[in-house]
Every structure is written in structure tokens, then in C-alpha cells.
Design a protein. Structure first.
Lengths: 114, 115
């Protein structure tokens, strides 16, 4: 069964460094999302992406964040200058064209900022 | 704006007992509703969903949920708990009428199953 994959599973970085989190969505899906879950808190929407552009972003998704689909398979989230409060589990999700609400999640990348 | 409230951050049941995880939502438009399960060190797996039609929906692993519009609820049930059901469960909502189907999640309920 096709699945969303994410790399790395765990990333440790120092405050102020740039990180790139990578996702490979399900191959025929058209909509892509990033969510995050700070330890002990809710899963929160960050951004949705369709047709090579951001379709919606949350207040969390400020200028430090960017997303890209550099080729036909990868979907990346970049944080330019990480802060301690960016420490969280980051989930990528994708959904098919006809059922955009049915989102399939990857296993997540745990980002630890020290 | 939409929101989800899950009553009880931790529910503990005995193996074989009924599982009931509560979810209430608020939404200004007809909602699409979801339950996701997260096993330790894994991602979110879709258990079941309600979009339109029959209000009682069945999902994987014997779980089901009923959409009750008058109560703005979407509680998750399973008649008989199994040890393998121990996990965290998240209720989520998205707006049916929007162009972007972002999910709004509840805080999650950790289900413990005792032998």
C-alpha cells in the first residue's frame, strides 16, 4: 500500500541553523500539507500546497518557513533560522485530487533545537 | 472558525470492555469529521471519516463513530477493547465548503487497555 515517507526521522540542530525536512507524498496525490505537534499539544496545521504554490498557511507559518516541491516526488519544509520553540514533531500529509479531505500522514520528523 | 474538543485526555479500559472516546466539534458549515490513531513512534493513521450520508460510520479495527448534528458530536466507540488498541486517538474536523481542507485537531485521548 502506498504511503507517505519522511526523512530524517529525527533531526537535532542548534538554534539559528537552517533545517530542511523532506517528505515523499503518495505518488498520484495532488495536495500536500505540513502539520506540527509540539510535545503534549495539539497537531496544528502549518501550510497547504497545490499546483506548485501555497494555498493556505497558518499564523505559525511566518517568513522563517518555506515549502517547495523541487521535483515530481519530494515536498520539503525549510526553517531558515531555527528557534527553541520550533522543537516539535513535523508531519507531512498528502491527499488525492477527488478527496482532498482524506489526508494521509507520514510518520513524522522529530526536530529538536538546542 | 472550527474547533474540536476531546473530553478526557486519558481513558483506561479493561480488555474486552467497551471503548468510548468523546469528541465535540464546532463548525460554521457542515463539517467533515475524522478520527486518527497514533501508535507509539508512528504517524497518524486514518481510522474513519464522516463526509455525507449515513451518520454511523465504520472504520478499521472494529471502530465506529456516529455523527450527531444536534449534539455536535462524533464519538468513537468499539464494543470490545483489545490490547492492540492502546494508542493515542485524535478527532479532527475540516470545513466541507472551503477550497482548502486543512484539518483542525483535538488534543488527543490516550487509550490504555488493561489485561
Amino acid at each position: 500500500e502506498p504511503e507517505v515517507t519522511q526523512t530524517p526521522s529525527h533531526q537535532v540542530t542548534q538554534m539559528g541553523q537552517e533545517v530542511i525536512l523532506r517528505c515523499v507524498p503518495i505518488s498520484n496525490h495532488l495536495y500536500f500539507y505540513w502539520y506540527r505537534q509540539i510535545l503534549g499539544q495539539k497537531v496544528e496545521f502549518l501550510v497547504s500546497f497545490y499546483n506548485n504554490e501555497i494555498s493556505e498557511k497558518s499564523e505559525i507559518f511566518d517568513d522563517q518557513f518555506s515549502v517547495e516541491r523541487p521535483d515530481g516526488s519530494n515536498f520539503t519544509l525549510k526553517i531558515r533560522s531555527t528557534k527553541l520553540e520550533d522543537s516539535a514533531m513535523y508531519f507531512c500529509a498528502s491527499s488525492p485530487g477527488l478527496a482532498r479531505y482524506e489526508q494521509y500522514f507520514g510518520p513524522g520528523t522529530r526536530l529538536t533545537v538546542t | 472558525a472550527q474547533s474540536v474538543t476531546q473530553l478526557g485526555s486519558h481513558v483506561s479500559v479493561s480488555e474486552g470492555a467497551l471503548v468510548l472516546l468523546r469528541c465535540n466539534y464546532s463548525s460554521s458549515v457542515p463539517p467533515y469529521l475524522f478520527w486518527y490513531v497514533q501508535y507509539p513512534n508512528q504517524g497518524l493513521q486514518l481510522l474513519l471519516k464522516y463526509t455525507t450520508g449515513a451518520t454511523l460510520v465504520k472504520g478499521i479495527n472494529g471502530f465506529e463513530a456516529e455523527f450527531k448534528k444536534s449534539e455536535t458530536s462524533f464519538h468513537l466507540t468499539k464494543p470490545s477493547a483489545h490490547m492492540s488498541d492502546a494508542a493515542e486517538y485524535f478527532c479532527a474536523v475540516c470545513n466541507s465548503g472551503g477550497s482548502n481542507y486543512k484539518l483542525t485537531f483535538g488534543k488527543g485521548t490516550l487509550l490504555t487497555v488493561n489485561p
